[in-house]
Ligand binder design. Structure first.
Ligand SMILES: [Cu+2]
Length: 375
């Protein structure tokens, strides 16, 4: 076995051994200070409004940034001389601050009819202490806001295009004429439509403007969670949206997206909720005895998310609409690009459990985090 590759047996041992592994691992070398800082006994993180640990000034620490980036990415497409890069939303500066994306599923607000308005924005987004990308977004972040509704709800949606090129919205939770509802709108224009969330599950939403690869790949993605009428068992609920970043050479300190590299399908980063390794730095925290439910939505644009928790097993996996026909006793399951699944486990053992895209060529590019189970 290549000494540089992760040895999972070490990940499952006591934290000090796991940290040693992180330090010794070539790929994770720069992550180790973060993992240590985030997990130490004197951790200064506090509980966010959703009960999730947060860390002030995380962006000031040595972030995963380039450590997780594919070191050969510039060779993927024969260099950058002829790349097709995003120019819309050209960077206006690198002052964007790092912000941990709160993975907690927000509560459903209201009953029956949900009115949701997003704006399409082309803005720089800081994904680590040393990396800012020229993103296309819903409401200024990657992923866009988590939408949480109940089966049968009517969703009255409006997108206002504050960008410089056409954009649109494709809700996978809807069943609707896409030529009408998912049509692109010019800068400054709105598009509105109403759909009924007929089926429960974890769904993707994304910009569907051509080329869709470019609009998804540049960050216009998010998750919509549709609860069944009868609630699932009580649990700590988290949403993880996996997506891939294909980046070109920096301009003014900001990295543009690279369409040619998107076509070549060898990403620089693969991330949960927009930032490589952010939950290594600031783990997702639960208590012993909690049922933990991950809504895993894979925005792609191209690669699967082979979701796994090191040292744990999922007692329940919903492939589609819960609660019908769940799978029991699953170690790893692939969420297809454009898909979403629900993974449940009982956190009955204290410790630090790494959740990861077990397609490790992608997991090591940032689709990795820690679930900290505290006694
Ligand atoms: Cu778009």
């Amino acid at each position: 076995m290549n000494a540089d590759l992760p040895r999972l047996s070490e990940l499952t041992e006591r934290p000090s051994t796991r940290r040693k592994f992180l330090i010794n691992s070539t790929a994770f070398g720069a992550l180790a200070p973060l993992a240590l800082a985030g997990c130490g006994p004197d951790e200064s993180g506090h509980k966010g409004e959703n009960g999730v640990a947060t860390r002030e000034g995380a962006g000031q620490l040595a972030g995963p940034g380039t450590a997780l980036r594919n070191p050969d990415s510039k060779l993927d497409t024969g260099g950058h001389a002829n790349v097709h890069q995003s120019t819309a939303g050209a960077p206006k500066g690198t002052s964007a601050a790092f912000r941990r994306f709160d993975p907690a599923l927000p509560p459903i607000s209201g009953e029956g009819t949900r009115r949701i308005q997003f704006t399409a924005q082309e803005v720089p987004v800081r994904i680590s202490d040393d990396t800012v990308i020229s993103a296309w977004t819903f409401d200024g972040d990657i992923p866009g806001p988590i939408v949480h509704v109940r089966q049968g709800d009517s969703v009255e949606f409006t997108l206002v295009n504050h960008g410089s090129i056409p954009h649109s919205m494709d809700f996978h939770a809807s069943q609707i004429d896409p030529k009408v509802a998912f049509r692109s709108v010019a800068p400054g224009q709105p598009v509105s439509y109403t759909f009924r969330a007929r089926f429960p599950g974890a769904f993707l939403y994304h910009c569907g403007t051509s080329p869709v690869l470019m609009h998804i790949g540049s960050g216009m993605v998010g998750a919509v969670i549709v609860d069944p009428p009868s609630p699932l068992p009580a649990a700590r609920e988290f949403v993880l949206v996996q997506s891939e970043y294909y980046l070109g050479a920096a301009a003014g300190g900001v990295l543009p997206f690279d369409y040619t590299k998107m076509l070549a399908t060898l990403p620089d980063y693969v991330v949960f909720n927009g930032r490589p390794g952010q939950y290594m730095n600031a783990p997702i925290k639960v208590k012993v005895g909690d049922r933990v439910r991950f809504y895993v939505v894979n925005a792609g644009p191209t690669h699967p998310c082979n979701f796994h928790v090191v040292g744990e097993q999922f007692d329940t996996v919903y492939l589609g609409a819960p609660p019908q026909v769940p799978l029991r006793g699953i170690q790893t399951f692939a969420v297809a690009p454009g898909g979403g699944m629900i993974f449940e486990m009982l956190a009955d053992i204290p410790g630090e459990f790494v959740f990861v895209n077990h397609g490790f060529g992608h997991g090591q590019k940032g689709a990795i985090g820690i679930l900290s189970v505290e006694s």
